[in-house]
Design a binder for this molecule. Structure first.
Ligand code: NAG
Ligand code: NAG
Ligand code: NAG
Length: 446
């Protein structure tokens, strides 16, 4: 109900001051990503209880999940199989999905990760990262994992996938973590994936991580983790293409959505970009980090990205493009439009110096190229800093377009900070900086 109220307020704002935005909002509301991957119904249906699953919150169901999925994989029924998880709390260790399956969580169904970290297998580092993201060497396999699979649906009636991340957050906080923490759901080298009508809660690490994937739809999901849970990014499309994320609510301890593509020399060598990604109608808050982020791991490049109709509340940084020397990669053709922000510290931030290297073998001359970033129709209320746009001296960020941006601050509002960027600004309040030339409808603005 609160969300509806906020939406209504947004609409009012749009009606009062902003006819041009209204038409854009209108158009966007008729667009969905359901065409990207068609939702399939499965004729063959099995239940986790057929495999000994017990939803009492105590019985360990690892064997039940693994045998049910083994059955789907080896019997491969025409049209695939739906694995039904009835109401109840199904405690389990990590398990792998297979192709041609639907994991269906009924209303009141919870698939809950065991807190016994010693039962967690290790897997190899991602080739585009060269090592685990937070510790050298391998990394714990994600709670729900898929490698080289296709035609997979995770859906239902808003049942919950619960990572019970507390034990992992504690290990991170007291520095006793030996390897990189597990994601809640990671899919590698996979395609034709739908994730919808599911709640993700308390991930040990990143929540949803499609890496080296294509044709991925994520919609009508809710992702929740406490504000002080470390690195609980919502959705991180990574070296993936044709990804559509929409109509979701995300409230976590790190970036809500972060587009990535590999880390320094490993990402440059692996050379797999993230492209054709649409993110729309997402709302939520990241008290410590960003609403929508690009990077910081951008070494394979990021291109053709559309972000629209985003509502952010109580967030540190609204839109954040972050990279670094050593990353390499091209970040281009990104459009971010129709963004509403309330209570944010920094509305828009570009940073070419966020640090953070996998090891000391990176090439400091591998500079990222940032070219063609448009940020259009942004309305912000109670914004502390409108923006900080800092490119790199040896690789200035080019063709930056800021258009129709209205950021209302608190009394302490600071001016924009700009360095090593070029482009245009049209109708931006407060006025950004001299590096951005004001032109009538042209310049770097499309
Ligand atoms: C799950 O997949 C991983 C990575 O592909 C593999 O190493 C592991 O053996 C699989 N586990 C099971 C139980 O099949
Ligand atoms: C699940 O939750 C989402 C987000 O709140 C909502 O849009 C959707 O209608 C719900 N779906 C079901 C099947 O209850
Ligand atoms: C991205 O979309 C464009 C236009 O629809 C298409 O031509 C291109 O093949 C897509 N790229 C990838 C990597 O799928």
């Amino acid at each position: 109900m609160a969300a509806t109220g906020r939406m209504f307020r947004l609409w009012l704002l749009a009606l009062v001051g902003w006819a041009s935005m209204l038409s854009a909002v209108d158009a966007a509301y008729f667009t969905t990503c359901s065409q990207t991957v068609p939702l399939k119904t499965r004729r063959d249906v099995i239940s986790i209880t057929d495999f000994g699953g017990v939803g009492d919150g105590r019985t360990l169901n690892t064997w039940a999940f693994r045998s049910a999925i083994y059955r789907i994989q080896h019997l491969h029924r025409q049209g695939g199989t739906l694995l039904y998880v009835p109401p109840g709390v199904y405690l389990t260790g990590p398990f792998n999905l297979t192709s041609h399956m639907t994991l269906y969580l009924a209303k009141g169904a919870v698939i809950q990760a065991t807190q016994d970290a010693s039962s967690w297998p290790l897997v190899a580092p991602l080739p585009s990262y060269g090592r685990g993201r937070e510790r050298p060497g391998g990394r714990y396999i994600s709670f729900i994992h898929g490698n080289s699979i296709h035609d997979v649906v995770i859906t239902g009636e808003n049942g919950t996938i619960d990572g019970q991340g507390q034990v992992w957050w504690n290990m991170w906080k007291d520095r006793s973590l030996q390897y990189t923490r597990p994601s809640l759901l990671e899919l590698m080298h996979s395609r034709d994936i739908i994730i919808s009508n599911v709640v993700f809660r308390d991930s040990p690490f990143w929540n949803i991580h499609p890496v080296y994937c294509s044709n991925v739809v994520i919609n009508h999901v809710t992702i929740l983790a406490p504000v002080d849970s470390p690195n609980t990014d919502g959705i991180d499309p990574d070296s993936s293409s044709n990804v559509c994320i929409e109509d979701s609510y995300i409230n976590t301890g790190d970036d809500l959505v972060a587009i990535k593509s590999g880390w320094d020399e490993y990402g440059i060598a692996y050379n797999r970009r993230s492209s054709n990604i649409t993110i729309r109608r997402i709302s939520g808050s990241s008290y410590p980090y960003a609403g929508i982020a690009f990077g910081s791991e951008t070494s394979g490049g990021i291109e053709n990205i559309l972000v629209e109709n985003i509502n952010l509340y109580n967030t540190s940084t609204g839109i954040f493009l972050k990279t670094n020397a050593g990353r390499g990669g091209i970040i281009r053709n990104i459009t971010v439009r129709d963004i509403y922000m309330e209570n944010v510290k920094n509305a828009i931030r570009f940073a070419g110096n966020v640090g953070d290297h996998p090891d000391d073998k990176y090439n400091p001359n591998a500079l990222p190229v940032v070219d063609g970033i448009s940020i259009i129709n942004v309305w912000g209320i109670n914004v502390r800093n409108p923006g900080s746009l800092e490119g790199m001296q040896k690789s200035p960020f080019q063709r930056i377009c800021l258009s129709n941006i209205n950021l209302k601050g608190t009394a302490a509002t600071l001016p924009w900070k700009c360095d090593s960027i070029e482009g245009s600004a049209l109708g931006v309040h407060p006025w950004p900086c001299t590096q951005l030339i004001s032109t009538q409808g042209s310049g770097s603005c499309p």
